[in-house]
Design a protein around this ligand. Structure first.
Ligand code: NAI
Length: 630
């Protein structure tokens, strides 16, 4: 593409995430006893050169002398550098090919390793300006070509002067030598690139600080690959969500802020105004009032299973997609249930308590294997079904009851009613969801229907069981053992006393709602939820959203994607298509799904179109939110 602007891009810590000399040191000093100390020295000298405290030539000479590098180290260096290209450069490969005539790499680094890395991005060989090594007859690096302007102080400015480019010059880099170009009057603008490293004395002198190449392209209206720079999308992660979530979203380029605790309504109302993506766990209440202030909010990620803490109806009305982690901790709950069944069948809670008091009570009375016993699973969802498989593998006969039609896994037997299951099972375990109508699903009447000596587990939700009836049935011996993880009322914090009729009962395992609380589950959640939210932002895909119609979309290739969220009233799709037809736009693909409240229409169109059409689409009555992706 022909334009009258030139983009001068630095290599070390800008094009790549690292300083090539640091990587070269790793390779050339491999096995050297003082490797760590020398590497620290190299990094220190690099920084001194970068922030201007020593001259560039001095820094180059000192570093080369320390490295003991030779020709044989270069291929390995190139390979490593290729894998360390900055994320936003990788994302915007199109930019380099589209504007290849106008892009220059000007670096104080060395041609020998820069060329093979940047030419893969379509950068022209003649547009790469860098130093060159000198070698002795054994291939050892002896120094550098001292005639090359880039080996001198102010070398980048001198190099640009010699190039005499006929247009505006924009410099992007992380170091002082990049700023010098602008300072010497040879560039129109200097952009401090901070994706990999931020140097205060460079950023403070820049015309713009750009946290990624996306931002640079957006500012200069050059974005060919993305519709909006991710660093302008604010993400707020509350309640100490797993660090992997922060890491994933940062790598993607989002501007992420974290907070260890939850926020009270008033604080959140204030904070939410600039936030596009919110991550919470179970404590933060996202009320209608909070949502009233959330004009930029696109997605909420609940880093847990439940979403009761979010006003889903209001979120939907505002076109905010909500995601959760419905099966990230399934396995954790199942493992605990299995362990508890075995412990209870062997009377371990009582035996262990006695041992702690010094009582040796060796006896086989009332102890059973689980093999061959009948396990009754109430609620055959994610957890119930997985428990079914594991329990069967341990030799149990599995029976289940679900209010919905569910496929029996393995040899599991479906019961037609809860009553049938209660009467048949030796062990009963609850895995129903927490809907209100499940309150006291198991009470006096249901305990009466169970076998004498039944083992009973509840790891689902506290209100599902009538606790008074349960405690009476344990005291009477009807229930021979129970494991309870969830309670109708649960302490708000670890400082509050746990009060319950279940305390002190025989063969009773009580745990503080930790069925799903394992390191693995937390990590799974930390991976799963950001994945879903980023899919939504990057592609419009809503798979697994709890409040949006679920659409899994193909990746976007050579098209622009129009994402239209509207109130679910008749005729909107027709209106969208009329606007497109009136503007002569050809539809490459279209996907529509609705739920009770909203309609979600995705239309992929060819890249070339009259941008006025966007205004018309936004103006369609009943539109809640509209965005374009490319
Ligand atoms: P799910 O939604 O996949 O499965 C629930 C199943 O219960 C569904 O198949 C549903 O049709 C069925 N069901 C609902 N009401 C019923 C009724 N009255 N009679 C028969 N079947 C009924 O949920 P998932 O992921 O399997 O979780 C199950 C429960 O475990 C939920 O209550 C969840 O909150 C809880 N949970 C507890 C954890 C803990 O730390 N203790 C961790 C994770 C989940």
């Amino acid at each position: 593409m022909k334009i009258n602007k030139y983009f001068v891009i630095d290599f070390d810590s800008t094009f790549t995430k690292v300083e090539a000399f640091d990587v070269l040191a790793d390779i050339s000093l491999n096995g050297h006893p003082d490797k760590a100390a020398i590497k620290r020295q190299v990094a220190e000298i690099t920084n001194q050169g970068m922030n201007g405290s020593i001259s560039f030539r001095e820094s180059l000479e000192k570093r080369l002398a320390l490295l003991h590098a030779d020709k044989t180290h270069i291929p390995a260096l190139v390979n490593l550098l290729k894998s360390m290209v900055s994320e936003s450069f990788k994302r915007n490969k199109d930019f380099f090919t589209t504007y290849s005539d106008n892009i220059y790499i000007i670096s104080n680094g060395f041609r020998e390793f820069i060329e093979p890395v940047v030419m893969e991005f379509g950068i022209k060989k003649e547009n790469i300006l860098a130093n060159e090594f000198t070698f002795d007859s054994h291939g050892k690096i002896t120094g550098f070509d001292k005639e090359n302007p880039l080996s001198m102080n102010q070398g980048k400015s001198e190099q640009l002067k010699r190039l005499n480019l006929p247009g505006d010059i924009y410099v992007i880099g992380d170091g002082y030598t990049d700023y010098e170009i602008k300072h010497s009057g040879l560039a129109n603008k200097f952009y401090a690139f901070t994706e990999n490293v931020e140097r205060e004395n460079v950023s403070s002198k820049a015309d713009h600080v750009t946290p990624s190449l996306d931002e640079f392209l957006y500012l200069n209206k050059l974005n060919t690959a993305i519709s909006y720079p991710k660093n302008r999308i604010n993400v707020l992660l509350l309640e100490n969500v797993h660090p992997i979530a922060l890491e994933t979203m940062k790598v993607e380029g989002f501007n992420v802020e974290t907070y260890p605790a939850g926020l009270a309504e008033e604080e959140l109302c204030e904070k939410i105004r600039n936030v596009s993506v919110l991550g919470i766990r179970s404590k933060t209440q996202v009320t209608a009032k909070v949502l009233e202030n959330a004009n930029r909010l696109m997605a909420i990620g609940a880093f847990c299973i439940g979403t009761n803490q979010v006003d889903l109806k209001e979120a939907t009305k505002k076109g905010i997609a909500v995601f959760n982690a419905p099966f990230s901790n399934t396995r954790s709950v199942v493992e605990l249930a299995i362990a508890e069944i075995i412990m209870l069948m062997r009377n371990i809670p009582d035996k262990s308590a006695k041992m702690h008091k010094g009582q040796w009570d060796k006896s086989a009375k009332g102890s059973f294997e689980i093999r061959g016993k009948r396990l009754g699973i109430v609620g055959y969802g994610n957890i119930g079904a997985q428990l079914s498989v594991l329990a069967e593998n341990l030799g149990m006969q599995v029976y289940y009851y679900d209010r919905e039609e569910k496929l029996a896994l393995g040899n599991a037997t479906k019961c037609k009613s809860l009553k049938e299951l209660l009467a048949i099972a030796d062990v009963i375990t609850l895995h129903v969801d927490g809907r209100e109508t499940n309150t006291k699903l198991i009470g006096v009447e249901q305990f009466a229907q169970m076998k004498k000596g039944v083992i009973f587990l509840n790891l689902s939700r506290g209100h599902v069981v009538d606790v008074k009836a349960l405690s009476e049935n344990i005291r009477s011996g009807k229930v021979a053992g129970c494991a309870i993880d969830v309670y109708p009322y649960e302490p708000i914090s670890n400082n509050e006393e746990f009060i319950s009729e279940l305390r002190g009962l025989p063969n009773t395992i009580l745990s503080p709602h930790i069925g799903g609380s394992t390191a693995e589950a937390q990590e799974n959640i930390g991976n799963f939820v950001p994945g879903k939210m980023m899919d939504y932002i990057n592609t419009g895909s809503t798979s697994n959203s709890v409040n949006f119609p679920n659409l899994t979309l193909p990746t976007l290739e050579n098209a622009h994607r129009l994402i239209h969220i509207h109130n679910n009233v008749p005729g909107i799709l027709a209106k969208i298509n009329k606007v497109l037809a009136d503007n002569g736009i050809n539809i490459a693909g279209q996907y529509l799904k609705t739920n009770e409240h909203i309609g979600y229409v995705i239309t992929d169109i060819n890249k070339e179109y009259n941008k006025e059409v966007i205004k018309e689409l936004r103006a369609i009555e009943n539109t809640i939110k509209f965005r374009v992706l490319y």
